[in-house]
Ligand binder design. Sequence first.
Ligand code: GLN
Length: 209
Amino acid sequence: MTETRTTRTVGVLALQGDFREHREMLAALGHEVREVRLPGHLAGLDALVIPGGESTTIARLILSNGLQQPLRAFCLSGRPVWGTCAGAILLARQVDRLDRPGIEVMNISILRNAFGRQLDSFEADLDIRGLAGGPFHAVFIRAPVIERVVPPAEALATLPDGRIVAARQGNLLATAFHPELTGDTRLHAYFLSLAAEAEARPLALEGRP
Ligand code: GLN
């Protein structure tokens, strides 16, 4: 959690969902932001955010726009990729009730809409491993939970009842909540700090959930 001053070129997958909020937060941190809708838009990016929204819709548009393999290749290139909520669902290698393939690169299993109708949205203060400055106020909206994390993936944050809501696997980051909907830029800054790490150490994928 060091590098916040280097200007990076960051893509935000802009097919559906709350990509504008990510764009604004990344721009506020001084980064150049590009919206990604087609494979060619991935060229020249240092990092990529996959926003929240509706994972089935985003997965459908990924397939119809020819983005599935290019997104997988981007994830495997070692550059940082962060999925928030629906984005986290798309990064998981195992998802319940997703009727088409996602990007499937992280060794996590995810349960969609894990909190049910009674609790469509809620907020919680989380201790996030590697994030300095105290608890992070997290906003959950029809959120998933990360049911299993298999190395080299690791859990970064849990709810008080132990359910995992943030995980990392080298350059890949998954959060069940929406940091772009708060005023706290620490997780965006943390995510960009992974770019410096990734430059030194590309990811090797091992194991399966
Ligand atoms: N419930 C949504 C899904 O399953 C995710 C919600 C969100 O991204 N806020 O795709």
